[in-house]
Design a protein around this ligand. Structure first.
Ligand code: SAH
Length: 456
């Protein structure tokens, strides 16, 4: 029997928003059939035009807000919600912070872990213009080279100059690079035919240092007028590094494997918690430096260091957490899969006189077992995994080494809660509130710090 959806495409329905998904979309129901509507808020009554009907749910658009939520603020216009740059921009910042705290609470409840408390989300004073890195697609629109952002779930470029959540100086650099590329008539990438030259522009800026890196991601190694283009980019204020990254493949992965430094350095510097860090193009670096300092400070505090501890920093990137902890510990070991990041970490340790650190290139899954087999006895294990969370083998090796504490820095509450359950099965409990720290204002991403303690 085929169940017919109770809504039809392009028709308008009056609905009440009941919930907000983890992606920040409002949820309304007609005869129990969920409709996901961007830019709507629980409690609101709206007229929604159905844009897509699937088997078990539909998508709609806000046509008119009939009853407005007190949590609504005037947004910045359609481009930001269309592109998913700032999907929560229609929520007051307080409501965003609550939304993030609730995300973790709801997931804990689903796993019957409601005993665990979640603290108020630590927010920013000014929750805009914070991102220190941009990866901007370059495409041709009406014969002209444009920079902007893709519409959600598509590769249609919407030209944008003010990215709202990015360091405004980065926005200015992108516009200047765009104009230089226009001047030299560089052909934008055409992904359907896999033709054209310039695919993306990556810009990173050290918040404290003011140093700017520009990476031109190209489909071909040869770029006409590359010397003139490079010379013009080096004239932009703050630019200390111009790099070409070549991505020959027809793929959604932004960067290719081949790099060459066109001008200046291969890295930029930035400062975090009073220490100086170098960052290369392929290394991960937290995108919100102000909040990162709060996040790390919290992690250090939660690690309860006295100066005698051995610490493992698993997923260590360029060693930022390791070096912050090294000042208060006896020894810190880091493991990280990207070799450029580990090279950065070693130089960072050297230039900050952190002689009590050691960094290894490897997969956490393998290296944790190696450390365990070597008889390493860490007091504290810090983990800061990507969105997919911890592999069971990492949890098993951690537990086998019997640290007093595990400090879990998470960027995905779903895998965090799953991993809390797995640690719980092996004798590690959460006894203090989980603390969300807002690293990504205006977006639904939730970052948090959790401490797991060994039951004695
Ligand atoms: N702690 C660092 C980096 C956190 S991001 C910081 O705060 O800056 C997560 C890091 O894990 C990235 O640098 C990524 O390259 C690395 N990574 C991803 N998968 C990994 C794996 N299986 N083993 C080790 N490192 C991994």
């Amino acid at each position: 029997m085929k169940i017919k959806a109770p809504v039809e495409k392009n028709k308008i329905y009056t609905v009440k928003i009941e919930d907000l998904t983890y992606q920040g979309m409002g949820v309304a129901k007609i005869e129990h059939f969920p409709i996901f509507i961007a830019d709507s808020i629980p409690g609101e009554k709206i007229e929604s035009k159905i844009t897509k009907v699937q088997k078990n749910f539909a998508f709609g658009r806000v046509e008119k807000v009939l009853e407005e939520s007190p949590d609504r603020v005037a947004g910045n216009g359609a481009a930001y919600t269309q592109t998913g740059i700032a999907p929560l921009q229609h929520l007051t910042y307080d409501a965003q912070l609550k939304f993030k705290q609730n995300q973790i609470n709801n997931l804990l409840k689903k796993s019957h872990l409601e005993k665990i408390e979640v603290a108020d989300t630590i927010g920013m004073e000014d929750p805009t213009g914070y991102r220190n890195k941009a990866q901007i697609p370059v495409r041709k629109i009406k014969g002209q080279l444009e920079t902007g952002f893709f519409k959600r779930n598509s590769h249609d470029l919407v030209p944008i100059e003010d990215f709202y959540i990015q360091d405004p100086i980065i926005d200015q650099v992108i516009v200047k690079v765009r104009d230089i590329l226009r001047e030299y008539r560089v052909e934008p990438y055409d992904e359907i035919n896999h033709k054209g030259i310039i695919r993306n522009i990556m810009v990173r800026r050290g918040r404290r240092s003011g140093q700017v890196m520009v990476v031109l991601i190209t489909r071909t190694k040869d770029v006409p007028h590359l010397d003139e283009i490079t010379a013009a980019i080096t004239q932009i204020d703050g630019v200390v590094s111009v790099i070409q990254n070549i991505n020959y493949k027809q793929t959604n992965v932004i960067m290719g494997e081949e790099d060459r430094v066109l001008a200046g350095e291969s890295v930029i510097h930035d400062e975090l918690l009073g220490q100086d860090f170098i960052i290369s193009a392929h290394s991960f670096y937290q995108v919100n430096p102000l909040q990162t300092e709060k996040l790390y400070q919290l992690a250090i505090e939660k690690a309860g260091l006295t100066g005698n501890e051995t610490v493992l920093d698993v997923y260590s990137g360029i060693g930022t957490i390791s070096l912050a902890m090294a000042q208060a510990a006896k020894k810190v070991y880091g493991v990280e899969i990207v070799k450029e990041a580990v090279q950065d970490a070693k130089i960072n340790a050297f230039q900050n006189n952190a002689t009590n650190t050691e960094f290894v290139v490897g997969k956490a899954e393998d290296q944790m077992q190696t450390w365990q087999a070597d008889g390493l006895k860490p007091d504290v294990v810090v983990v800061d995994p990507p969105r997919k969370g911890l592999d069971q083998s990492v949890i098993d090796a951690t537990v086998a080494m019997q640290p007093t504490r595990v400090v879990y820095v998470s960027c995905n509450p779903a895998t965090l809660v799953r991993d809390i359950e797995r640690f719980g099965e092996q004798g590690y409990d959460v006894n203090q509130p989980i603390v969300p720290v807002d690293q990504f204002p205006q977006t639904p991403h939730v970052e948090s710090v959790t401490v797991l303690e060994r039951k004695d």
